[in-house]
Ligand binder design. Structure first.
Ligand code: OXD
Ligand code: MN
Length: 591
């Protein structure tokens, strides 16, 4: 074993170094490399992976500095069944999480870790989450034997000097990751909130292996947020600019693979002159209250790890431009000119190599050429419409929070809650169709409160209580909305064209915050009138709009019954205020 590079760990506290040394002692890597986040280091990592076949270099002329990574076919999505919260008491993890007692998890993992890095390099990745100099930012150190993870972390976080500088003084979240043997029966993604520790074994999929993302920024951070009085949410953050030049900041919680990245990078349609959308975050928001009670949100991440299928120059030209350089693609298909391809990008080329590297012929080969959860990873800095406030250490002031997700029926295009508690209920009742981002069946309805079911690191009923507690902490509560651009017509086509047209919905939300847009009161909340939606520029009929805004009372009663059963299944800890809100909603629908 070569000793960690003294130069790069200079000044780092001894106890931090001790942990790295202790892990190396157990996992026995051939080499330990402290990452500094430089471009040279990135190129050396990707060159090594191109040489050993882990990456395919894409066409340098059309996709400069872009690479394709193909996963093991059994390791293509987040593995919720292998994800655990490890605490002393099962009740702290609650009914929506898998749990292993922390002592037992340590013992189990210790065996699996023994010698798991023999013949490999262990990369030590010090990373900073959030703006430099922000009081809300956090440090982590990920130890990994995956060069794919080491290279991707450079895009996803701020690696190296900026983190090492803070490591001299601050505590940090410890993350240990090993690709292991990729044996699915030995896959464990374990979180130890009491120790600020993550251990992830036998997966190399981003959501399981880039520990800064779901593991640190959501599961562990949600516990810290509960204890410290803030929110760690599975939310995008955008600044919506109106024709007067005002920018209204909005967050949006949607389950995985439900369009957060598309909404974050929305290009306004031709007919909405003067409007724009500025990206702050496409996946995660850390939200703190400032001294005036404003909700201030930062993006802990520094990059995108987002779904590729259906992204095309029409649905999202801004994304297509961004990923033409300095991007790692995972599990997309490959064209004969070594450019990436996925379903919904363009007409099927006649011949492709599918996501597993096999020849794929249009009209002949079964299944899709790209994996439905194929992804791109790139730095947020590449995005031309990155909000100038992205780096603001104090975050951006949030005026509206949106919940959403795929619902082919029932949920209207947009509606607003009557107040904070009702909005919290709206989030708690979020029930959506599953997507390919997590292993398991796609398109099945499941409860995914606040889009946090897979990511809340503690008892979900306590989490609702935590949300409710902001009522007494802030006089500046954001308005809460639910949206659903995914409603289907009888023939299976989408009723709403989505993508850039979603700005019409955002405009209504912004104008509600500004006190400008009209609304009508319905039993489920405030809804836009057809006139207040400003659909003149769109090619959509009044009948379709009416359908999109229809409240089907009988179907809603069924929905509420399912929600009631779900909420009751959470047990004693369910806040009374939430039950009361549900009763009020039932009464409104019944009257
Ligand atoms: C993601 C997810 O990758 O939510 O963002 O799964
Ligand atoms: Mn996500």
């Amino acid at each position: 074993m070569t000793l960690p590079d003294k130069e790069s760990r200079n000044g780092v506290q001894q106890n931090h170094i001790d942990w790295v040394d202790d892990v190396a002692e157990i996992t026995k890597p051939d080499r330990v490399v402290w990452c500094n986040g430089s471009d040279e280091e990135f190129y050396s990592l990707v060159d090594g992976m191109v040489t050993d076949g882990t990456l395919v270099k894409l066409n340098e002329r059309t996709y400069p500095n872009c690479y394709l990574h193909r996963s093991d076919p059994n390791d293509v999505a987040r593995s919720e069944e292998a994800t655990f919260i490890c605490t002393a008491d099962k009740d702290d993890a609650g009914p929506t999480n898998n749990w292993i007692a922390s002592g037992e998890a340590h013992a189990k993992l210790r065996k699996l870790l023994d010698g798991c890095m023999i013949g490999r390099t262990m990369y030590v990745i010090p990373y900073l989450l959030g703006p430099v100099d922000s009081p809300y930012s956090q440090l982590g150190v990920e130890l990994t034997d995956s060069p794919y993870v080491a290279a991707s972390m450079k895009f996803m976080t701020k690696v190296g000097r900026v983190a090492l500088e803070r490591l001299k003084a601050d505590g940090f979240v410890k993350g240990l990751h090993s690709v292991g043997t990729l044996d699915p029966s030995k896959k464990y993604i374990c979180h130890f909130p009491d120790e600020k520790l993550i251990m992830s074994l036998n997966s190399n999929y981003g959501g399981n292996a880039l520990l800064s993302k779901k593991c640190h920024s959501l599961r562990l951070a949600s516990v810290m947020a509960r204890d410290e009085g803030w929110l760690a949410e599975h939310m995008l953050i955008i600044g919506v600019e109106d024709p007067d030049g005002g920018v209204t900041y909005v967050t949006g919680a949607f389950p995985s693979a439900s369009g957060k990245t598309n909404l974050t990078m929305l290009k306004p349609p031709e007919y909405m002159k003067g409007w724009n959308v500025w990206a702050v975050s496409d996946d995660i928001a850390w939200i703190h209250l400032d001294s005036h009670g404003n909700f201030r949100a930062i993006n802990p991440e520094n990059g995108f790890f987002a779904v590729a299928p259906n992204t095309n120059p029409k649905t999202n030209p801004r994304i297509m431009e961004m990923i033409k350089e300095n991007t790692i693609f995972t599990n997309v298909a490959l064209s004969s000119d070594r450019t990436p391809w996925w379903e919904g990008m363009s007409e099927h080329p006649r011949k492709l190599w599918d996501w597993q590297g096999k020849v794929w012929m249009a009209g002949k080969s079964p299944g899709s050429a790209a994996h439905p959860n194929s992804r791109f990873t790139t730095s947020i800095r590449r995005y031309p419409f990155l909000s100038p406030e992205y780096s603001n250490p104090n975050g951006v002031p949030i005026k509206a929070m949106i919940f959403g997700g795929r619902r082919s029926e029932l949920v209207p295009l947009v509606y607003e809650s009557f107040g904070w508690e009702h909005g919290v209920l709206m989030g708690a009742m979020l029930r959506v169709e599953t997507t390919a981002a997590s292993s398991g069946q796609v398109g099945v309805l499941r409860n995914d409160p606040m889009a946090m079911k897979p990511f809340c690191g503690y008892h979900i009923a306590d989490y609702f209580n935590h949300w409710l507690s902001f009522r007494s902490k802030s006089g500046m509560l954001p308005k809460i909305f639910q949206i659903n651009p995914f409603r289907l017509a009888r023939d299976g086509s989408f009723l709403w064209p989505g993508y850039s047209h979603n700005l019409i919905v955002l405009k209504w939300i912004v104008e509600r915050c500004q006190g400008k847009a009209e609304a009508v009161e319905t039993p489920i909340g405030y809804m836009p009138t057809a006139a207040s939606l400003n659909i003149e520029g769109m090619n959509i009929s009044q009948t379709t709009i009416k359908e999109l805004l229809r409240v089907d009372k009988i179907a809603w009663m069924d929905e509420l019954e399912s929600s009631r059963l779900f909420l009751e299944s959470l047990g004693e800890r369910l806040p009374k205020a939430l039950k009361q809100e549900l009763e009020k909603l039932i009464d409104r629908l019944a009257s």
